[in-house]
Design a protein around this ligand. Structure first.
Ligand SMILES: Nc1ncnc2c1ncn2[C@@H]1O[C@H](COP(=O)(O)OP(=O)(O)OP(=O)(O)O)[C@@H](O)[C@H]1O
Length: 247
């Protein structure tokens, strides 16, 4: 069964230049608490600083917080792209990651070829690949562009294709950065019903966005992140008014 357990998670990025004291001075108080040193005495930014939480099947978790709070870093750590420097991340279930429109795509291949390639990577047989191809092409509504190279796609087309593909493989844990919520209203409503079908199968969504309305309608729980830590964790009706200063 799908699940996420994060315990005392720490992610840090080395900054290769300068010394900590002058960097602290230049970056001001806002950042100074997030600078530290690693074992090789390099100055690092602590992007995530001791996060602990669990997510159970059926939960739709929204991440909110100011620029630089650590939302994207957390999604990437859950996807296994970043290694923790401390603590643990455990994600059970097949992961679908919508973090970067180009992730795992080849710009020179057509949309259809990319779909087939992904099917082959996932070890699907030809009948299953044909099913995914049909499902994704119906969802993405790319028309003749499906048979043109990806590099000719608009960013909205890339998003539709990536979203269709990431959700076609019936992932049990879908990780999504707000990038993918940039489509028009018609796309958002089709994306929402596709996600709802997926979530009905008792799976997990983790989505990061600055748009409070999306969190209010899509999520059952919101983590408010601040300076690489969790500031508040609870239902959207409690966390969003506090975040927006209306509590
Ligand atoms: N590759 C990197 N190298 C150095 N520092 C990084 C890197 N990626 C993120 N950071 C730093 O880690 C912190 C968290 O960044 P992150 O992108 O996770 O924030 P975010 O909440 O997603 O912000 P935004 O809302 O602006 O997308 C920031 O201080 C950022 O500058």
């Amino acid at each position: 069964m799908a699940g996420i357990d994060v315990s005392d998670l720490q992610i840090a990025f080395p900054l290769y230049h300068g010394n900590a004291a002058s960097l602290r001075k230049r970056m001001g108080r806002a950042m100074s608490g997030r600078l530290g040193h690693d074992a090789r005495d390099r100055v690092v930014v602590r992007a995530l600083n001791g996060l602990s939480f669990s997510v159970r099947p059926g939960e739709r978790l929204g991440l909110i917080g100011r620029n630089g709070a650590g939302k994207t870093t957390l999604l990437r750590a859950l996807a296994g792209i970043y290694e923790p420097v401390g603590g643990r991340v455990s994600v059970r279930g097949r992961i679908g990651a919508l973090l970067d429109t180009n992730l795992g795509m080849v710009a020179e291949l057509t949309g259809r070829e990319n779909i087939r390639l992904r099917g082959l990577y996932s070890g699907l047989d030809s009948a299953a690949i044909a099913g995914v191809e049909q499902d994704v092409s119906a969802f993405a509504e790319l028309g003749p562009f499906l048979d043109l190279p990806l590099r000719s796609y608009s960013s909205g087309m890339q998003i539709r294709l990536a979203f269709g593909l990431a959700t076609a493989g019936r992932p049990q844990v879908l990780l999504m950065d707000e990038w993918f919520l940039a489509g028009d209203a018609a796309f958002l409503s089709r994306a929402q019903s596709r996600l709802e079908r997926m979530i009905e199968e008792a799976d997990i969504l983790v989505v990061s966005t600055h748009q409070a309305e999306i969190l209010a309608t899509w999520c059952t729980r919101v983590l408010w992140m601040d300076q690489g830590r969790i500031r508040m964790d609870g239902p959207p009706g409690t966390v969003l008014p506090a975040y927006l200063g209306r509590a």
